[in-house]
Design a protein around this ligand. Sequence first.
Ligand SMILES: [Zn+2]
Length: 260
Amino acid sequence: MPELPEVETVRRALDRRVRGRVITAYRVGRPAFNRPIPTRALSRLKGSRIESVERRGKYLILRLSRGWDLVCHLGMSGSISFDSVEENHVRFRFTAGGRIVKMHDPRRFGRVGCALPKLGPEPLSAGFNADYLLGALRGRSAAVKACLLDQAVVAGVGNIYATEALYHAGIRPQRRAGAVSRAEAARLCVEVKQVLRRAIRMGGTTLQDQAFKDPEGRPGRFSLRTAVYGRKLGACGHELKATNRPISGRTSLYCPVCQR
Ligand SMILES: [Zn+2]
């Protein structure tokens, strides 16, 4: 699933290419997304100017003139491309400033025109700090990784970056969230920020199970730098283990030596 760095990569490309442009046409693909685009959202689209392209967690927000926002989520495997890419699985497209923007979504879990849910702080903001995280984890019996994946705790972190941040912080993903110390929460905050910043600089992560490409068709380069995710040996050189039980539906890799 595209996580914060991939969505941010898309946001930057869109902002560069369509900000200030007026939407002159749109088309909804067949079959459309699992959840249809509200007609109310579509009716306002044509003739609106894209004032800016913003991001909140894993959501893209097109701020439109007339005080209207179009909120999009790429779902499990969605992507956005400019006009050159083939037509398969295009669920939604629009034209702005003569440029065609297409949203592909083979699994149809993406959404356009949805409302923003209640989200936790942006991980790269000052609001995501040791005090906040310690408070969010306190008393919780869930695995610490499950809490990091909870979008109401922190917005935009998914499987890849939670796995990486926990490794760098030396905390096992299955550890009970309430048992994370203040020092560990502080370290985890720093590592979450660092891993996300690094991934944004690399244009996101592209792996076999996450075939991310930016709107210009370029793959992310962060996969070359993961320390645990998708590896057999950790960056530390130790053999990695998978958690016995799945966390939020998936087993998670960790280093049994370096993570406690
Ligand atoms: Zn290790």
